[in-house]
Design a protein around this ligand. Structure first.
Ligand code: GLY
Length: 341
């Protein structure tokens, strides 16, 4: 089982981990934002800092080369440790670099965004984007430790925090009807972040433990991501970029609509999802001329089999089904529906 320390003082957990292991060298991987806002809080013995550009557009093989070069220049051997201090890009790319450098060194994640704390840093999905396709190259390998500390949430913008919150909403829809009721009745401004983070980590951890390499149940975590990922990837190359969570929020509406059309989720529950999501996220209406391109990206989804687009559809809130075949028409129709909500 993956080791996750949820703490109010990450330096204590870090110190414990370093004292119970022997590493020849330590490096901290930051981007320009976490270097400025998070790295100054870190207390560590002698170490190397590796700084990369922030943003999904740098989650690529060129940035990996910068990390591998820095490890090489600092003479890292196989007993070295890489500490990933940042959001999803840092964790995915840093983990990928660690597990491929000299056939693998240790790494831990200290996620600094809500998105990474409740989703990306847990479960060992490592990788990079390739030829415009998100997470196209990578592997499953869990970190030696994940340290989650709410202190980092203070450095996030409202938009970034809400982006992570989309994964929280997703966890409720796929796995916890009772908590969903509470969630939609509580005003977002009154969110108890410690409860929310714990609850989401618990759901994600249970699912990942039951299916670490996504042969079955782990696919549930991709709810909202078939349409969401395609929209996000397509818009990445335009001036209308979306945050990951905004794309997932859009995707959850589209995929719930497809489910409702099939007599799966009820009309009432679909309405609850739409009203709740639309109350939190800006509307990103998808232009007519973008729709065919978005379909092209859904065909590259890693969950697909052959030419079949396979999505996760909710049967009701708290219960979803994976490997549901959906058509191009379903997706186009759901985008039209989203545009009108
Ligand atoms: N973000 C989905 C997963 O970790 O499986």
């Amino acid at each position: 089982m993956e080791k996750i320390a949820i703490t109010s003082d990450f330096n204590i957990e870090l110190d414990k981990f370093l004292k119970s292991n022997t590493f020849s060298q330590i490096a901290v991987l930051c981007d320009e934002n976490t270097y400025q806002h998070c790295y100054p809080l870190v207390q560590l013995p002698n170490h190397t800092v590796i700084k990369i550009n922030a943003g999904e557009e740098f989650k690529n093989i060129e940035t990996c080369a910068i990390v591998w070069e820095a490890l090489t220049n600092a003479n890292f051997d196989r007993k070295g440790l890489l500490i990933n201090l940042g959001g999803g890009v840092i964790g995915d790319l840093g983990g990928f670099c660690a597990r491929t450098y000299k056939r693998g060194i240790s790494f831990i994640n200290i996620p600094t965004t809500l998105l990474a704390q409740v989703d990306a840093s847990i479960g060992g999905k490592l990788g990079i984007d390739f030829n415009g396709l998100k997470n196209h190259i990578g592997l499953f390998s869990i970190p030696e430790l994940v340290i989650v500390d709410q202190i980092f949430l203070k450095s996030l913008s409202v938009e970034e925090l809400k982006s992570g919150f989309a994964e929280v909403i997703k966890h409720h829809i796929i796995a916890d009807k009772k908590a969903w009721k509470k969630l939609i009745e509580t005003s977002y401004e009154k969110t108890d972040w410690s409860k929310v983070v714990n609850h989401s980590i618990e759901i994600k951890r249970k699912i990942v433990d039951s299916d670490p390499t996504e042969k079955g149940a782990r696919k549930l975590l991709n709810f909202g991501h078939t349409v969401g990922h395609a929209v996000e990837t397509f818009l990445l190359n335009t001036t209308n970029k979306l945050l990951h969570g905004e794309a997932v929020a859009l995707g959850m509406i589209c995929e719930s609509y497809i489910a409702s059309n099939r007599g799966m989720i009820s009309k009432n529950e679909l309405d609850e999802i739409i009203i709740y999501i639309n109350s939190l996220y800006p509307k990103h209406r998808i232009k007519e001329e973008y729709k065919q391109e978005i379909i092209r990206y859904t065909l590259q989804d890693k969950k697909n089999q052959g030419n079949k687009i396979l999505a996760v559809l909710p049967e009701s809130i708290g219960n979803a089904k994976w490997d549901c075949e959906i058509s191009n028409e379903d997706i186009l129709d759901s985008i039209d529906f989203y545009n009108q909500t």
